[in-house]
Design a protein around this ligand. Sequence first.
Ligand SMILES: [Zn+2]
Ligand SMILES: [Zn+2]
Length: 580
Amino acid sequence: MHGSLRLRSGQATPLTTGQTCRNPWCKAVFEIHADEEAFLQKIGWKFGSTEVHPPLPVFCPECRLKIRTCHRNERNFYRRKANLTGKEMVSIYHEDPLWGPPDMVYMHDEWNDDQQDFIEHGRPYDFSRSFFVQFGELHKAVPRLGSMVIGNENCDYTAGTGYCRNCYLINSSEYCEDCYYGKLMQSCKDSVDCSYLYNSELCYDCFSVFKSYNCVSVAFSSNCRDCFYSWNLSGCSNCCLCSNLRQKQYHFLNEPLTKEEYERRVQEFRGSYIKMEEMRRKWEELNKTMIHRYANIVNSENCTGDFIENSKNCLDCYDVNESQDCRYVAVGVQVKDNYDCSNMYIKPELCYDTLGTIEAYNCAYSLFVFHSQNLLYCEYCFNCKDCFGCVGLRRKQYCIFNQQHTKEEYEKLVPQIIEQMKESGEWGLYFPPSLSPFGYNESLAHEYYPLTEKETHVQGYYWRKIEEKKPVVSKTIPAARLPDSIDDIPDDVVDWAIVCEKTKRPFRILKQEIDFYRRQKLPIPHLHPDERYDRRLALRNPCTLFTRTCMKCGKPIETTYPPERPEIVYCDACYLSEVY
Ligand SMILES: [Zn+2]
Ligand SMILES: [Zn+2]
């Protein structure tokens, strides 16, 4: 991964070149840009007469993203007991923490109970011991929420979701109904196996699709209806095996057909596993020969990265919209002046090296902080201000290690701790991987940069051995032995375990899922939901930019397609001249 030279983006000239990542297994050469240094001067914290700013980073951007996102599990769920009441619950935290006991996990209503005040876990700071060691002790002692969700109904097996109904195994999604097996879905209904799906309905196996209806295996498209196996369509209906079309209907392989002929061809494959897999294979082939736009950047100014919408001055950013003046942000909505942040929602401003916020202001090195400001090294803090090294606090100010201080004490003590952290080399580092409750392979980091078990040990991450629970079922059937047509699948399929063709992992079919497949004339999948999830994710490029040239006009472009990739990659102007 680090073999070729990566040029980080941006018009600003690099402040320093040839920085070497401090991780010995990485040693990637990276740049620190002038805008980055200016940002680190702009963000800061005042403690009386002392002003503190974050130091320049010592790890390369990829290592920073890995270290942050190894603290986020979006898709692995466990049945366990809540520590307060012993009630059965579904949680993103396994009952056996990889860091060893203690591990305190509460149910939602238990954690949110106003009688609870985790300030009782407060402890004095010991200047003779390491900051992270002491923070680790506090962080393991304070109870955590079983899973970060809000306002859902019947959505036990979801994470990072809000205001959803009857959903199963979806993550990072809001306002969805009857959706299964997905990621980053907003306001969607009746959709299965879709990721990055927005305001859409009755979709299956789609990726990065907006405002669409009744589509199967469609990617990078918007405002489409009744389309199959297509790429980069806009405003199309009844198109199959098409790419880069605008406002077309009844097209097959980019050629117009009569309505009758088109419908005859589509009816041929619907509901048959063998025929639809063959179509999917053709769809993947099509991706290799079609023209690719250098990046998915829409209605934006001075932005580099991928999947950016309605934004300005976002450099090396991924999955952001309505954002401005950012660099190295991955997943963000209405983000302003954020550097090195992940999963930032609802107007986060002036944040640095932070993961998972709602309405955070001037925070750094923090994890899951909501409606808060001026927090440093805090985790799970809601509606807090001016806190340092705290966990699980609500409506607090001037706390250090969950201990309440006066303003004067706070302003005196925090700069002293920071001085000690500077001496120990801990200041300016994010929470280390050893403080993550997750195995690397359970975490979001594994989606960005997959590692083997051996590599995770070398790099200081945990690894969770996936135990396959034997499903209690009436029968287990290899996927290949399923009837080919959805019409021949009996009702009791919901009582079977199907053995994944690729991984041999058994999986179940939900009752509401089989209803969906029958209604939509889709075959039963032969792959485990995790395989299908990964197969969709593979449709996007990793979050790394390369400088190369447009394959038509030769103009330099910054793109996530490395120069050695086989796809045909065009700059914006050349791409638009080819789209019909
Ligand atoms: Zn690195
Ligand atoms: Zn060009």
